[in-house]
Design a protein around this ligand. Sequence first.
Ligand code: XIL
Length: 390
Amino acid sequence: MLRSALSIGLVSATVLLGGVTLTASASAAPAPPAAGPGKPTPYPADSLRALGDRVGLRIGTAVNMDELGTNAEYTKITAEQFSSVTAENVMKWQLVEPTRGTYDWAAADELVAFAKKNKQLVRGHTLVWHSQLPTWLSSDGYTTTLSNSELKALLKKHVQDQVKHFKGDIWQWDVVNEAFDDEGKPRETVWYKAWGGLGYIADAFRWAREADPKALLFYNDYNLEFTGPKSNAVYDFVKTLQAQRVPIDGVGFQGHLATQYGFPDLQNNLQRFADLGLKVAETEVDVRTFTEPAPNVNTPTSPLAPYAQESYWSRALKACLAVPECISFTPWGFGDTYSWIPGWFTNPQEGAALLYDADLKPKSQYYVIQQDLALAAGAPRRAPGGPGRP
Ligand code: XIL
């Protein structure tokens, strides 16, 4: 199996790896992008997606639908570099049903069409969450004016309608997102309160399975990367779901990493969930670091930060490569300008978390990931040489 060829820690200065010449891939493909119908954008042999294909790993990205189809460079990179896409926002409840009873699938449908055209698989994100709910439902995810019975009927209809709408088009659904807090306690969201416990999760997975039997159904959360109260609680909870024959196929590790914390025992955690008979995936990877105040929120305060970031990116990818059940590796976007980090982590300021800079040029972190993938595919020895040979 190709994955076993992974050489952890191997460093090479050669430019020819696995028969692929590594270059700045952004400049390699001649075809202009197009978001509409038509031919797929060809992708270079040293793109992340092509290298991922060689080891059976989908390389994904979150997609910002304000840019796709309007920003030519952004659109080109999305098509060329990634074999899976996730809607960064447009499949969230707030966006698909801003007014009660009226769906707006336009942006999400556009992403699905783009993915089909470019032979990409789609991660559906996300059906059940306490965040980014429409204001008519709840403004904070924890309080609402709606009754418990209304909430129960609404969640059922939401899961059924959305999964049916995209039936056949979604590879992995994040059915439930972030149901536990950092102490490993269930979040007491509107859903938790309506059900009087975590029963909403089993129901949501069952409704999703019924609506699209072929989609892989995931529980998705952050900080599962670290062994600790949260990861342990989710691990135990997933086992109870399995004992009740709830149709769960996988667990998504968001992977929002930061250089201020030590690198997590990610591979162990991926492996122990995989050992339950589940698929796993890294679903929202970014590696933030301390940065200058606005307007330079993507300039690290330390010139050494990029070295730490390279190491975190590399280890995050290798953890997935080393666990055969890890089926996709998805950074949460690809240009620092479009990252959610600088807007979210402001005190102190953090940023510079992605593989491409604010000008959509690949950063050193990109080349590390590219090289790791090429090495994982099995770098051939250099042409035979030595004594006695020309
Ligand atoms: C973030 C988006 O990137 C932002 O654009 C949005 O304003 C807030 O949500 N965990 C998740 C993602 O599961 O949906 C979040 O995405 C980041 C944290």
